[in-house]
Design a protein around this ligand. Structure first.
Ligand code: ATP
Ligand code: MG
Ligand code: MG
Ligand code: MG
Length: 474
């Protein structure tokens, strides 16, 4: 089943059951506590908190999500992407657990024709009711597992919370160990999370959020990963080989002048192919929604994705520009479904081109220094790169520390991150005291971005005081 049909099947199913189709919110959320949209429920938070009464009791969406926290998983698991589409159905004080479970089961087994015997269910350890409902629907006890914190959801603030239940698909022994989702997430892929908001957390003087009791108005929030479902329905190994990303993977293969290693093989080269293709999609969507490269905040998320993609492209031997053709293929493939991509095609091209030119210079100089440092560490039998080296790379060459860490890891070395952090803090203190001395290079790029942003409008992030978990991984 093509991804267009997966989307329409989902939306038709829920709209014909009384759900209002609400468009995806932009990746830049209106919620100042959130760096980037990372779940379908984000835009409905005021409804769940009871701050605003919705016009409709049920909604369905296909939400653009960004999760930088999964960046290291890309290419290393088959199921994680930094950008993905989350399909969801929501009930605001309307239907609850029994219907949410029945809908999910019906859609997966009849709408998408997934084999019942391959579906495994997790429920929260205390949620007897959910387990009973699954049993009634026909899931045998041996395919229902109880989990702890993984199957409990809250917002990390006083407000609604509750147990969740997840539907997982068994991809078979080629993908991992037997024993259900509690044992192996690659074999038993989590595809759909159902959250049952049934309790209320308050706030204690000591800063904890104890559960106060049951909510008067119970709600439902669910998220079904389009990319994962597409991989299953299209019978491909991972999200990069679905029709969502395959054209981009093909472009990267053409640029590299060689083939992507097939299923079950490939090692680091395969990781690089996936990183370049997958990040290209995130980059295109972020820029289309108004994110521009910057030193911090969401602009830094974008920059980090671009630099990581460029580095992996060079590792594949692609010496010519990669981001412009790779993002162009994303736009060509997905611009019909997500018109903002097509509308912003020229901005995307300009931003990635400026960044790639600048980072390519950085990379050439930085890589030389980095390789020398790696050789030195090895010959002195050290197991780590010094924090001073990481800092010099960062400070003199603008080499992101994550890349240093990654390159060191590839060479079997750690990085003294504590020392790096200390040096960075010292430098920031100095910069604050003495005003910032900018290099000619930094000024030139600042001008380039300023010009781009004045033409296309810019966005500011205001949530530094209350960052969500996505932000803490930066
Ligand atoms: P996982 O445990 O596999 O990391 P999750 O529990 O973090 O997933 P949820 O927050 O429950 O994911 O999100 C709902 C659904 O969104 C998941 O069941 C999955 O189908 C999809 N999803 C989550 N993270 C990703 C990702 N990084 N890439 C692609 N799809 C994802
Ligand atoms: Mg996760
Ligand atoms: Mg999970
Ligand atoms: Mg989950």
């Amino acid at each position: 089943m093509r991804s267009t049909q997966i989307r329409s099947t989902f939306l038709d199913f829920f709209t014909s059951r009384g759900h209002r189709h609400v468009p995806s919110s932009p990746l830049i959320p209106s919620d100042p506590t959130l760096l980037l949209a990372n779940a379908g429920m984000n835009q409905f938070k005021p409804y769940f908190l009871g701050e605003v009464t919705p016009e409709y009791p049920r909604a369905t969406t296909i939400q653009k999500c960004a999760r930088t926290s999964d960046i290291d998983n890309v290419g290393r698991t088959n199921r994680h992407a930094t950008f993905f589409e989350m399909m969801g159905n929501f009930s605001f004080g309307d239907y609850f657990k029994a219907d949410a479970i029945a809908y999910a089961w019906e859609l997966l087994t009849q709408g998408y024709n997934l084999e019942k015997d391959r579906l495994w269910i997790t429920v929260h350890q205390d949620d007897d009711e959910a387990e009973q409902l699954w049993r009634k629907i026909g899931v045998p006890a041996e395919r229902i597992q109880r989990l702890g914190a993984d199957n409990f959801w809250d917002m990390g603030v006083p407000g609604p919370c509750g147990p969740s239940s997840e539907l997982n698909y068994d991809r078979g022994p080629a993908f991992g160990r037997e024993g259900g989702p509690a044992v192996d997430g690659e074999r038993y892929v989590e595809i759909w999370n159902l959250v049952f908001m049934q309790s209320m957390r308050g706030e204690d003087d000591d800063g904890t959020f104890p559960i106060l009791g049951d909510l008067a108005q119970q709600s439902i929030d669910t998220g079904l990963g389009l990319d994962r479902l597409a991989a299953i329905l299209q019978g491909v190994e991972n999200v990069c080989s679905t029709d969502l990303l395959l054209p981009t993977l093909t472009t990267v293969q053409e640029l590299a002048g060689r083939d992507y290693p097939g299923s079950g093989s490939g090692g680091e080269e395969k990781v690089s192919f996936q990183v370049v293709s997958e990040h290209a999609r995130s980059i295109a969507y972020l820029i289309a929604d108004g994110v521009l490269p910057a030193k911090d905040g969401r602009g830094y998320v974008l920059r980090r994705l671009m630099r990581r993609a460029i580095r992996h492209a060079r590792m594949l031997g692609i010496d010519q520009p990669v981001l412009a053709p790779a993002t162009a293929s994303v736009i060509a493939n997905l611009g019909d479904v997500w018109p903002e991509l097509a509308d912003q095609a020229s901005l995307i091209e300009q931003v990635v081109t400026v960044e790639e030119e600048s980072f390519t210079r950085t990379l050439t100089q930085g890589t030389r220094l980095l390789n020398a440092a790696i050789t030195r560490s090895r010959s002195s039998r050290s197991t780590a790169l010094t924090g001073d080296t990481a800092f010099e790379l960062h400070d003199t060459y603008g080499f992101p520390v994550e890349l240093t860490i990654e390159a060191a890891r590839d060479a079997g070395l750690a990085v003294d991150e504590d020392r790096f952090t200390a040096l960075l803090a010292e430098q920031q203190k100095r910069a604050k005291a003495g005003g910032k001395a900018k290099t000619a290079e930094a000024l030139r790029h600042q001008d380039a971005y300023r010009e781009l942003s004045s033409r296309h409008g810019r966005t500011d992030f205001t949530g530094y005081d209350r960052l969500d978990t996505e932000a803490t991984v930066l």
